[in-house]
Design a protein around this ligand. Sequence first.
Ligand SMILES: [Zn+2]
Length: 199
Amino acid sequence: MLKDDEKDIIYSNQIISNNNNLSEENIETKQPSLNKRGREGDEAVVGEDSPSMYQHSFESATPTITHRSITRLVQLGLVEYVITQNVDGLHRRSGLSRSKLAVLHGCLFTEICEKCKTEYFRNFDIGGVSFQKTGRYCTELGCSGELQDTILDWEDELPVEDWALSQDQCQKSDLILAIGTSLRIEPGKQSFVSKLSLY
Ligand SMILES: [Zn+2]
């Protein structure tokens, strides 16, 4: 199915992370409320879904064989690009280059400079949602911009660069493999369905 002379890409979602006690039920029910983490006036949500519970789960999660296999396919040149709606950072932890990955909903472990847009991938949960200041500063020469979390809230727009790259890669692709997703969550369904093969 994957051939050297084809341009194939992978679209991944949460189920590929299941071996980390991040069960499908856990992730699908927790991730929406994860996006409300830290919001004032959302005590019921915070109380029901203790942040420490899934901070622990996400921070202790490791790449599954699926993450590692996807990274290997990219390194072998059999897959050109990966698009993910996952926020768990496991594609990066499996060794996948950021240049080969579009992260559509943000990442719990990535903070970004508000001035120069340099990303910092950490080994701890950044905290916050919807581009809150993290209290750390950019270390790029001559910048010193404030760093922000990257997790989208419901009303936030998709990250412009990652979304543009995703659409461009989809347009140029011969085949899109959708792995670990029911495609119920936009934008995957509307954007990729015409070329998708589901697994
Ligand atoms: Zn900066």
